[in-house]
Write a protein that binds this ligand. Structure first.
Ligand code: NAP
Ligand code: MG
Length: 398
């Protein structure tokens, strides 16, 4: 068989632990035999990040600006334990945080729906895609512990030196305080990414905040979304037969539970963090969730929504068998290959991505799956495969 040609490289960001093991298996078994794979390779494994003083992470993000499409393996975000484990020079920042800061944009997470893995929420028939704003709020907050009585204020000093103050609280004893921010520019690009993605995928867009309580902060999000919708997207949405719907966050949560799915739910940073784990667990498993960062300039970075599956990796190192689910990582590759095909007008590459996804889903629906899915499937007597066996079963179907 002649291999499928690629004209432009993808940015390939390798990662850590169990997902790094899966990464190589996926390439060897599912990609390289069929595609003349062209990638620009960046090793974001923690050892190499440490060797390069994390420059490799920055370089990989800059390469994504150049080539427009990247695929990323899960990576370790160092904590105190990792400092010792990897003898790190510094507690390097989260690579995802660094990449998002360079590319900007919004993270879209959607469950991979298969027959036999039924959502816990019975009326959910179609996937719910979470669009998480990836900048600011509590993730860029500053905090203080207030030791005792005293006054806390917000102070804005304009460039000309004039000050505006707002009382936070007159403390009469110990307490806590937090300051956070966002930028109109970032909210605008969040809104545009969401509206564009809704049009791309022909799904309704829901957005919710707590604007009744937060009359300036959250209300600004609501206003910016509405202004951009009215000015740039209203006609396009009507032509596509889709809807933009705004409501309060608590109302949205109640409606989501009662809905049948099939829409994009735009969430502020914290809401998106929390709700995406709820939605993914309710749909079955974190390992059955795709994740893509879409920048306002049209750069795409595909990844799995889960981490490096550290516990499985330690078993692997001890020579024990693992049954780690590679579906989300496979779909990160298919997402990136399909987008590469779309941008390059490479029909064969797009069709290959479709076929690999179908082979993956068919394998599970035929009852061959990893342990995490076998525990929750409605299929009787599923065959539980190990990490490699599952990838080989997909290869056989492919
Ligand atoms: P995790 O890697 O997502 O794994 C948590 C648990 O979820 C696993 O122990 C496993 O449960 C289950 N699980 C997750 N993915 C699975 C899969 N593909 N197949 C089967 N089971 C799966 O989270 P973590 O262990 O908290 O974090 C490990 C490392 O990942 C950390 O260093 C963290 O910084 C990093 N992380 C990276 C990213 C990213 O790069 N995007 C995201 C999150 C976390 P059982 O053990 O019960 O089988
Ligand atoms: Mg989270």
């Amino acid at each position: 068989m002649e291999k499928i040609k690629m004209t432009t490289p993808l940015v390939e960001m390798d990662g850590d632990e169990m997902t790094r093991i899966l990464w190589k298996m996926i390439k060897d078994e599912l990609l390289i035999p069929y595609i003349d794979l062209k990638t620009e390779y960046y090793d974001l494994g923690l050892e190499h990040r440490n060797e390069t003083d994390d420059q490799v992470t920055v370089d990989s993000a800059l390469a994504t600006k150049k080539y427009k499409v990247a695929v990323k393996c899960a990576t370790i975000t160092p904590n105190a334990a990792r400092m010792d484990e990897y003898d790190l020079k510094e507690m390097w920042k989260s690579p995802n945080g660094t990449i998002r800061a360079i590319l900007d944009g919004t993270v879209f997470r959607a469950p991979i729906v298969v027959k036999g893995i039924e959502p816990c929420v019975k009326n959910w028939k179609k996937p719910i895609t979470i669009a998480r704003h990836a900048y600011g709020d509590v993730y860029k907050g500053s905090e203080m512990k207030i030791p005792g009585a005293g006054k806390v204020e917000l102070v804005y000093t304009a460039e000309d030196g004039t000050q505006t103050k707002e009382l936070v609280h007159n403390f009469d004893g110990p307490g806590i305080v937090q300051g956070m921010h966002n930028l109109n520019k970032s909210i605008e690009s969040f809104a545009r990414s969401c509206f564009s993605y809704a049009l791309d995928t022909k799904q309704d867009l829901w957005f919710a905040t707590k604007d009744t309580i937060s009359k300036k902060y959250d209300h600004t999000f609501k206003d910016i979304f509405q202004e951009i919708y009215d000015a740039e997207f209203d006609e396009k949405f009507k032509a596509a037969g889709i809807e933009y719907f705004y409501t309060l966050i608590d109302d949205a949560v109640a409606r989501v539970m009662k809905s049948e799915g099939g829409y994009i739910w735009a969430c502020k940073n914290y809401d998106g963090d929390v709700m995406s784990d709820m939605v993914s667990s309710a749909f079955g498993s974190l390992a059955m969730m795709t994740s893509v960062l879409v920048s306002p300039e049209g750069y795409y970075e595909y990844e799995a929504a889960h981490g490096t599956v550290q516990r499985h990796y330690y078993k692997h190192l001890k020579g024990e068998e693992t049954s780690t689910n590679s579906v989300a990582t496979i779909f990160a590759w298919t997402g990136a290959l399909r987008k590469r095909g779309e941008l390059d007008g490479n029909q064969e590459l797009m069709e290959f991505a479709d076929r690999l996804e179908k082979a993956t889903i068919d394998t599970i629906e035929a009852g061959e799956m990893t342990k995490d899915l076998a525990l929750i499937t409605t299929i009787e007597n599923p065959t539980v495969l190990n990490s490699e066996g599952f990838i080989k079963a997909i290869a056989k179907r492919l």
